[in-house]
Design a protein around this ligand. Structure first.
Ligand code: ADP
Ligand code: ZN
Length: 356
């Protein structure tokens, strides 16, 4: 068990790493989280873990929603808020987010606006949510115009990471988190990257403790320095996501977030190599790693003109040029590299002719 403090002034909180969800009752009885608790979860997660938490806490209500990105809308938010009101939840009471990134985003958002903000606890149950979505206090929902266009920065009271919950996660979800862990390796920590290179795909579960802890430390460090994404420090987390986001929104049904980020990291490392920032080996290593973990690594079906159009509509992009985070080596990246569309297109077209 390890406890990491996220230092954010009055929004500081702890991440309990390696605790069991059955311990939640004991943890909350030792703190001041109000009298009432409401679990927010989706049907899949709740059917596996709901009873365990209920047994541990005792008197607790629940709000269960359908799984899926489509739930991140105002209608679902309103439904949840009405339930909270019906349950007479007050400012001092607490919502418990039990689920993946989607529950985290909606639950955090609801908690930030209901009665001008109530407490919430995060229990992320996907690898992606444990290493990424649950840390940093970003909450949000989607609009027909795009993902996460409405949201808040709102920190939880604490986060509980139970590695055991990942044992019921299907591999197609696990690999979504692996893409983010590869990203952490490239931007800050060569050891994470090398560990992933050394192990076989099927050995991932035995190594998750180390990988999750190291990933969380990186994310916490960045969030502490730039909580609200205003100083440009948090931008480092966009590695693989500039191109990746364009790919994802160009065809959301066929490209999962992890696959898009993996393609984004391969493409951006290729741009880094062509711009003379890193060696060709960096690009090849990222590509190989993605391939080993069954993440997408081929650009064959990608229409780069279309992707660049989508990238430019991204809320993160200013002016005519596109800003990238590009690798210098594994473990170190350069932030804010601006490149013109034409040049991006020229480089990315070459990637299609690469043999490996
Ligand atoms: P992400 O963290 O990738 O955004 P989601 O919240 O979309 O994840 O969850 C992905 C899918 O995995 C959903 O269908 C969800 O119900 C399911 N899920 C989440 N956690 C678990 C778990 N620990 N075991 C089994 N299924 C899970
Ligand atoms: Zn991501």
């Amino acid at each position: 068990m390890e406890k990491i403090k996220v230092n954010l002034g009055e929004n500081s909180h702890y991440i309990y790493i390696g605790r069991r969800i059955e311990e939640i009752g004991e943890i909350i009885r030792n703190g001041e989280f109000g009298e009432k608790f409401v679990i927010l979860s989706d049907f899949n997660v709740y059917s596996i873990y709901g009873e365990k938490i209920k047994k541990s806490i005792g008197n607790v209500r629940e709000i269960i929603i359908q799984p899926g990105e489509r739930q991140k809308n105002f209608k679902t938010v309103l439904r949840i808020i009405n339930k909270l009101a019906e349950f007479k939840i007050n400012r001092e009471d607490t919502v418990i987010n039990l689920g993946g990134g989607i529950i985290n985003d909606i639950g955090g958002f609801v908690s930030s606006i209901y009665k001008r903000g109530i407490n919430y606890i995060s229990i992320p149950t996907t690898l992606l949510a444990q290493v990424d979505a649950s840390i940093g206090g970003k909450t949000g929902i989607n609009l027909p115009f795009g993902k996460n266009l409405v949201g808040t920065f709102y920190q939880p009271t604490f986060i509980l990471i139970d590695f055991q919950t990942l044992l019921t996660l299907p591999y197609r979800e696990t690999k979504q988190g692996i893409a983010e862990i590869i990203k952490y390796g490239v931007i800050k920590n060569e050891k994470i990257f090398e560990k992933l290179e050394r192990i076989k795909k099927d050995e991932i579960n035995e190594n998750l403790e180390f990988l999750i802890k190291e990933s969380i430390k990186i994310k916490v460090d960045i969030v502490e320095k730039d909580e609200k994404e205003r100083k440009g420090i948090r931008e480092i987390l966009n590695f693989g996501h500039t191109l990746g986001h364009g790919i994802e929104i160009s065809d959301i049904k066929n490209f999962s977030h992890g696959d898009s980020v993996c393609l984004g990291m391969i493409g951006e490392s290729y741009i880094g190599y062509k711009k003379g920032l890193c060696s060709r080996e960096v690009y090849l290593r990222i590509k190989e790693l993605g391939k080993k973990f069954r993440l997408l690594n081929s650009f064959e079906k990608i229409n780069f003109e279309r992707i660049i159009d989508f990238m430019k509509h991204d809320k993160k992009i200013k002016k005519e040029k596109v800003r990238f985070v590009l690798p210098e080596r594994i473990g170190k990246v350069k932030i804010g590299v601006e490149i013109e569309d034409k040049e991006i297109l020229k480089i990315l077209k070459e990637i299609k002719n690469e043999k490996t």
